[in-house]
Unconditional design. Structure first.
Length: 124
């Protein structure tokens, strides 16, 4: 079961060219983009549920983007960890999945609200 916590922080609303509204709450000032992860989940497939999904260096909206996932891309889930709150596609999550976009070769963190079945089910 995933742990959900409440954090008071700044709120950001982004509407991309796809029309998907993403509401995010920045994490605490001490949030770091360096987070451990292991490849322990076997889930694989076309699992992005939006286009132009940021693949980030850490599980926070303030972490840099390494690339963008697309609906047609295949991904390999590794594990999940707690991070910033993100709302998209009718879901609000506080968890992020570390994955590899096997179509582009980019690895990083994606908010679970932007993944089918809300991301990985195995904690990092």
């Amino acid at each position: 079961m995933r742990k959900v916590s409440s954090i008071a922080a700044a709120v950001t609303l982004t509407v991309g060219c796809t029309g998907v509204a993403v509401v995010s709450v920045a994490g605490p000032a001490s949030a770091t983009c360096s987070h451990s992860h292991s490849n322990i989940d076997t889930k694989f497939g076309t699992l992005f549920n939006a286009t132009n999904v940021n693949i980030r260096t850490g599980p926070h909206t303030t972490c840099g983007s390494l690339g963008y996932g697309q609906l047609s891309h295949s991904v390999d889930f590794h594990c999940f960890a707690s991070g910033d709150r993100v709302s998209a596609n009718g879901h609000t999550t506080y968890t992020w999945t570390y994955l590899k976009d096997t179509t582009t070769g980019v690895s990083g963190w994606v908010a679970d609200a932007l993944l089918d079945n809300l991301g990985s089910n195995i904690a990092c």
